[in-house]
Design a protein around this ligand. Structure first.
Ligand code: NAD
Length: 424
């Protein structure tokens, strides 16, 4: 197919994204012109910029901002500060943002950015100077009407605050809507830090109803007890689910008694001990064992490529809710589908984060802020609507939920592109 013919290089994230696009395009008989548009990123900016280090030396860093598609609105996507950042990864992440925003029907296109650096080796002052200079370099692309960055791996609300300030300085007035994921004091939103986990739980509630599963008493396993995973765990626990096992980068634990773990107590324990390991009433297990425990809901909330082909054969969950981005390999995906497991794909299951980012931007633009109850209610409405749309396509097209989510997203981008027409 079109995109694959053009990209013969070794496996990488952009190749994966194109392969996904090609497969769905073939399934839905996508217009070749639209297929071509989606196989390319609209804009790719590479910046090399100097930063003065604390010891007085100058170091040059490389950063990227990629806008994949803006047919449905301004571009939206996070900024990653990591040694492994590269252009193809940023392009793939931008593509997935286009898809994610379209699935939940928020009026954004997709973007992503990053800087090749190791923030753990930078002082706070160096990190601030790097962030500000990078923000200035990409300010030819970003802006509240054009492209709105957010936090991603190793960037946080403070980094967003510096970007907001840098952009505002160049304008001469405060522009809070240029980034989301900001601290509350400068235009951040209530509910943003819990949004991904909460959105994931809303989608799980809908899925449970569809498969006739009662969440009260349901057994839940969470891989990755971080921001997304821990919030999903305690909100499901609030609904009466039993949290059977969880893990973090240091290891996995399983509850020894039927009632399961108390996620809020575990969260305090983790803050103190920097790991879930050793929590009272649990024993350690291997990561693969965790993923293959019999349970009702399995939530991969750590890294990519965790549910491999080999592990997929052993998965004994009824629902897999992908809080993480890309946790299931393409081979594993097919196995889970053939086993009759309902997989809630990442572009649906973790879209709560970008949805509340959208609310933050809307609040910044109108300079009027909602309370947490209003945010959560609006989030539920959007996640439920998205689930129902994807599930409808899943049934109508007799396909897996991931393909259904891509079909929905691509239909929406295609429609916007066709209605706007091709300039000139
Ligand atoms: P985080 O850093 O807060 O949490 C990640 C957790 O995973 C940590 O507890 C870490 O110890 C654990 N972990 C790392 N390696 C592991 C391994 N091999 N096995 C088990 N656990 C491991 O990050 P987060 O923000 O919760 O993000 C988690 C995933 O969710 C990522 O894939 C991210 O892209 C995705 N996501 C997050 C958001 C968000 O708003 N936070 C939004 C969309 C998607």
């Amino acid at each position: 197919m079109l995109a694959q013919e053009k990209h013969h290089s070794a496996y990488n994230a952009w190749e994966t994204a194109l392969a996904q696009l090609d497969a769905v395009a073939a399934r839905m008989g996508l217009d070749p012109g639209i297929h071509q548009i989606l196989s390319h990123c609209k804009r790719q900016l590479i910046v090399c910029f100097p930063v003065k280090m604390d010891d007085g030396q100058i170091k040059v860093f490389t950063g990227y901002r990629v806008q994949h598609n803006m047919a449905r609105g301004p571009a939206k996507g996070g900024l990653r500060f990591h040694p492994d950042v590269n252009l193809d990864e940023v392009k793939a992440l931008a593509f997935w943002m286009t898809m994610k925003c379209a699935v939940v029907g928020i009026p954004y296109g997709g973007a992503k950015g990053g800087v090749i650096c190791n923030p753990k080796q930078l002082s706070r002052n160096e990190l601030e100077r790097l962030t500000r200079r990078f923000a200035f370099e990409i300010s030819i692309l970003i802006g509240p009407e054009r492209d709105i960055p957010a936090p991603d791996v190793y960037t946080n609300p403070q980094v967003m605050g510096w970007i907001m300030d840098t952009y505002s300085m160049s304008k001469g007035y405060s522009v809070p809507g240029v980034v989301t994921g900001k601290p509350m004091s400068i235009g951040g939103s209530e509910g943003r830090s819990e949004a991904t986990g909460r959105g994931c739980v809303f989608v799980i509630q809908e899925a449970a109803a569809v498969v006739g599963m009662e969440l009260k008493g349901a057994e839940v396993v969470v891989q990755g007890f971080g921001n997304a995973g821990s919030v999903a765990a305690y909100l499901l626990h609030d609904l009466g689910a039993r949290i059977r096992a969880v893990s973090d980068s240091r290891g996995a634990i399983v509850a020894e008694d039927e009632a399961g773990l108390d996620p809020r107590k575990l969260l305090s324990y983790k803050k103190e001990h920097e790991s879930v390991l050793g929590f009272v009433g649990t024993r350690a297990i291997r990561n693969e064992e965790l993923l293959c425990l019999p349970c009702d809901v399995l939530i991969p909330a750590a890294l990519e490529n965790q549910i491999t082909e080999e592990i997929a054969h052993g998965v004994r969950a009824r629902i897999v809710a992908e809080a993480a981005n890309g946790p299931t390999t393409r081979e594993a995906d097919k196995i889970l589908y053939d086993k009759g497991i309902l997989v809630l794909p990442d572009i649906l299951a973790n879209a709560g984060g970008v949805t509340v980012s959208y609310f933050e931007w809307v609040q910044d633009l109108q300079s009027f802020f909602w309370n947490e109850g209003q945010i959560n209610e609006k989030l539920r409405a959007i996640m439920t609507r998205a689930f129902n749309s994807v599930h409808g396509i899943h049934q109508e097209w007799q396909t897996d939920m991931r393909t259904a989510a891509y079909i929905l997203a691509i239909q929406r981008v295609a429609e916007a592109t066709k209605i706007r027409g091709i300039f000139p």
